[in-house]
Unconditional design. Sequence first.
Lengths: 207, 222
Amino acid sequence: MSGKPKLHYFNGRGRMESIRWLLAAAGVEVCLYGSLLFQQVPMVEIDGMKMVQTRAIGNYIAMKYNLYGKDLKERALIDMYVEAVIDLNELLMTHILQPADKKEQHLATIVDKATNRYFPVYEKVLKDHGQDFLVGNHFSRADVQLLETLLMVEEIKPDILAKFPLLQSFKARISNIPTIKKFLQPGSQRKPPLQEKDLPKVMKIFH
Amino acid sequence: MAGKPKLYYFDGRGKMESIRWLLAAAGVEFEEEFIETKEDLEKLRNDGVLMFQQVPMVEIDGMKMVQTRAILSYIAAKYNLYGKDLKERAWIDMYVEGTTDLMGMIMYLPFQPADTKEKNLALIIERATTRYFPVYEKALKDHGHDYLVGNKLSWADIHLLEAILMAEECKPDILSAFPLLQAFKGRTSNIPTIKKFLQPGSQRKPPTDEKFVAIVRKIFNI
């Protein structure tokens, strides 16, 4: 088991899911550690470091496995695209925490932001360069994180990509990349959406 | 011909302040265009220069960059403030994320309801003194160097100084239990580019006041 990155988190998506996606996309095997918790999670033991902070971990993995572009300018684009996706993910993550009377409004906000602020940008990027990947005609972390988010938004609104034909084909294309395809199959380390019934347990862990 | 970077934001700290700090510390002159009304923001949006309809936006090297962290990472890498290799970068990232979390809490304080301010301030002080500052104090203690990472000035140091000064604005003696951070603060403040930025007349913005809160509330209808 030594040598493989070790993930410390609870057994759910949360802030660790993007990291699982990145590692899976890069074809990196991980060692499951389950439910040990520290003052700060996510924590990933990798290359002799105990790394915390989701972004720091994501940056390191992306660089190490050549998913971060070929130069500073490509990295800048990747960072911009990834940061926006993270913003949308934050909205998604807090959806289940909304009280019942706020849920519908919150869902409307997510749908509005996704379809009016974020998705049009990626649709346009793909349209303008006509390439398969978001940046530098090369598979990068931006593609991985965008796919993750597209799938998560579809979980709450299945037809959300109705007006985005290029995102639809992007989704199909990236899903077919062998490492990603494997991650999307049952039995992988991908986590399911948090269920209402599991919420009390998770809240207990973090409070 | 590449001109000076140009910053598009409100005339206040907010999410742009860390970018001002980093450019200043790197000795990079920059221009600013201030958004004062809703119409100013709408104009930028209609001009199509805000990728996700949001600010901060920085025109730099032919790009219209958005997303605070993306901008900071680019500047840090460009001006050699991001470590010499992947591992140093990892440490800088971890440290910066910590100070980002702390400064984020402080940034939102003036926007919170008056009856929660005292509680939130207490939480900030608790987090600063029990979760964040101990980490940096220990880092400096363990290696005994002047700088957080790689014995060389980096984004992590600049960001930490910014966070320390902001925290001191909340509680002037907040560093009382952290002698190495006190020394770090003294030392880092004396770096010529940073010393200049800390002087009156620089582009550093004052603590968030009622006027700034009012402008932001008005522009965003909050």
